[in-house]
Design a protein around this ligand. Structure first.
Ligand code: ADP
Ligand code: MG
Length: 335
């Protein structure tokens, strides 16, 4: 966008970005592209999809104070901004190809930009996902990434594919990011090493990209857990028109989370959020394939329940006794 098109054009030049928008893009966000036909520098980026493949597209925005705390290291923020987007591709079973970055920041802070770009591009390289364009403007710190992936046409894992009788699984562990947030909020105190482990889960989640792709043809539905297990699973149940019985004590948790009270463990695993694990369903006859997919991806998966024809979500403990569901999930516009 031309500067004259936005409100900041009225600012005296001295108040505007010192390094300059285009120098900044050139210095931190321009890299040669291998896969794309054209990357940063023109009006559009260009890339072709392989024959027989579908494009999977997703956007996620990170707003300071809402999605991250100002205390986060820039490198971790760069990682997380892309990780939450790659997690959506993972949930569909897509392979990452490219992404764009729309960035608003209050000014040019090169220490921030250097760390941010380092974290962002390291994760991009890990997943062979190229930065091909974006937009840069002055404003409250706000990061929006759009990610492009590809997958064989018709093979995407959808929220709508779950069937009664399927087993329900989750990758990794749940609740750590929520526990870290509670420490930041002052509601919980932990020793330094324990806190650092949780904080890493919150600030530097690992998107389950390999697992998502390995589950194509095995899982009947999938979603990534960003707003809490109960809420995200609820989306699958509604879209698939099935119910579920969830074994609350079977929910996988880290050693650190296991040191908290039973009540907090339940709350954080069920309704925490920011986990970026995959919840997915698969027919009972494919349990061996599920575990083979998980080990090929180097990720643990745990069976956590099953899908039922009866609508609604039922929580049970280790003995099969019903538990009350008093948990909500995160909604940006709920009062
Ligand atoms: P336009 O005026 O056509 O919107 P811009 O002048 O905003 O283009 O951007 C110039 C080039 O830099 C474009 O190729 C755009 O995709 C790229 N770009 C802008 N901001 C970023 C960013 N934060 N990261 C990567 N590429 C960017
Ligand atoms: Mg622009």
């Amino acid at each position: 966008m031309r500067d004259a098109d936005n409100a900041y054009a009225a600012l005296p030049y001295s108040c505007r970005m010192s390094l300059g928008e285009f120098d900044l893009i050139a210095k931190y966000f321009t890299r040669s592209v291998k896969r794309a036909a054209l990357g940063v520098g023109d009006d559009c980026a260009l890339f072709a999809t392989s024959p027989g493949m579908q494009l999977a597209v997703s956007s996620d925005m990170l707003v300071e104070g809402r999605h991250f705390l100002s205390t986060v290291a820039p490198e971790r923020l760069g990682h997380k901004a892309l990780a939450v987007n790659l997690s959506d591709l993972a949930a569909c079973g897509a392979r990452p190809v490219a992404f764009t970055l729309a960035l608003a920041m209050p000014g040019v802070d090169e220490r921030f930009l250097e760390g941010f770009a380092r974290g962002l591009l390291a994760l991009a390289d890990e997943h062979d996902c190229e930065l091909i364009g974006g937009d840069t403007t002055r404003g409250p710190l706000n990061l929006c990434i759009t990610v492009f992936g590809e997958l064989p046409a018709g093979q995407a894992l959808l929220r709508s594919g779950a069937r009664a009788g399927d087993e329900l699984y989750v990758s990794g562990t749940l609740g750590d990011a929520r526990a870290a947030l509670e420490v930041f909020r002052g509601g919980l105190s932990l020793d330094g090493a324990a806190f650092e482990t949780l904080r890493l889960a919150m600030e530097q989640p690992q998107p389950r990209v390999a697992l998502g792709q390995a589950l194509r043809g095995i899982a009947t539905s999938a979603i990534d857990v960003s707003d809490g297990l109960l809420g995200d699973l609820g989306h699958v149940l509604r879209r698939s028109q099935v119910g579920a019985t969830l074994e609350v004590d079977a929910l996988p948790r880290s050693a650190v989370l296991g040191t908290l009270s039973a009540a907090l463990q339940r709350e954080f695993t069920l309704a925490g959020g920011d986990d970026y694990e995959l919840v997915f369903s698969a027919p009972p006859g494919l349990a061996a394939e599920v575990h083979a997919a998980a080990s090929s991806a180097g990720v643990n998966v745990t069976r956590i329940g099953r899908l039922d024809a009866e609508p609604g979500l039922r929580l049970v403990d280790a003995h099969g006794a019903a538990l009350a569901n008093r948990f909500g999930s995160f909604d940006h516009f709920k009062p």
